[in-house]
Design a protein around this ligand. Structure first.
Ligand code: GRF
Length: 205
C-alpha cells in the first residue's frame, strides 16, 4: 500500500503513548498517520495532545448512554467514519464490543508481560508478586481482558526500590518505544494473524 496507514487512537488519560505515535508520524517514512483520537471521557490530556496536533477528536462517556450497547454502537460508528486501517487502544480503559473488534484490527498496549498480570493493575500486580522482570505487551484485542494474540513484548527489570509509580514509568518508556516500532512496521509491511501467531511483514496490509 503506498499511502500512509490510517490510525485511530483511543485514549483515557495522559496520552503519552499517543504522543509517541504523533511524534513518529511527523516523519513521512514512518508510514502511518493518526487520523483521529477518541476517548471515553472529556477533559483529558490525551485529547489535548491531539488537539494541539490538529487531529480530529471525539469523546463519548458510557454514562451519556442509556445502555452500554448504545455506547458500543456510537463508538463503532464514530471510528468507522475515519476509515482506520488500524485502531490503537493506548491507555484506553474500556473493553470494546465484539462488533467493534470484528470491524477493525485493534491493537492494545498493556503494561505487563502477557499472559501475566492482566487487567487494570499490571505494574502493581507484578510488584506484589515479586517478579524480577516485567514489561509491556502489544496485542491484537480479542473478546478477553488482555488475552489477544501477541504482536510485540519488551522486558523491564524490577528494581529493589521500585514502587508502583516508578515501575510503571519505566515500563511506559519501554512501552512507547515498542508501540512506535511495531505500529510503524505494521503500517509499512503488513500484519498476519494466524490463530495466536502474529507476524509482521509477511503480507500487505
Ligand atoms: C500505559 O501504561 C498503558 O499500557 C496502560 O495505561 C498507560 C497509559 O499511559 N493501560 P498513557 O495514557 O499513554 O500515558
Amino acid at each position: 500500500m503506498n499511502r500512509p496507514a490510517r490510525l485511530v487512537v483511543l485514549v483515557s488519560g495522559s496520552g503519552t503513548n499517543l504522543q509517541a505515535l504523533l511524534d513518529a508520524c511527523t516523519d513521512p517514512a514512518y508510514g502511518a498517520r493518526v487520523v483521529a483520537v477518541g476517548a471515553d471521557r472529556d477533559g483529558i490530556e490525551g485529547l489535548a495532545r491531539a488537539e494541539r496536533a490538529g487531529i480530529p477528536t471525539f469523546a463519548r462517556s458510557v454514562s451519556d448512554f442509556e445502555t452500554r450497547e448504545g455506547w458500543d454502537a456510537a463508538m463503532t460508528t464514530l471510528v468507522e467514519r475515519f476509515e482506520p486501517d488500524v485502531v490503537v487502544s493506548a491507555g484506553f480503559m474500556k473493553l470494546l464490543s465484539t462488533d467493534f473488534l470484528a470491524k477493525f484490527l485493534t491493537l492494545n498496549t498493556h503494561p505487563a508481560l502477557c499472559p501475566a498480570f492482566p487487567g487494570m493493575h499490571g505494574p502493581r500486580d507484578a510488584l506484589e508478586h515479586g517478579v524480577k522482570v516485567t514489561g509491556a505487551t502489544l496485542f491484537v484485542v480479542d473478546a478477553g481482558v488482555d488475552t489477544g494474540p501477541i504482536v510485540a513484548q519488551v522486558p523491564v527489570e524490577v528494581a529493589e526500590d521500585d514502587d508502583v509509580d516508578s515501575l510503571h514509568e519505566r515500563i511506559k518508556t519501554a512501552e512507547r518505544a515498542m508501540l512506535v516500532d511495531a505500529v510503524g512496521r505494521i503500517a509499512r509491511e503488513g500484519i498476519t494473524v494466524d490463530g495466536r501467531r502474529v507476524r509482521i511483514g509477511t503480507s500487505a496490509r
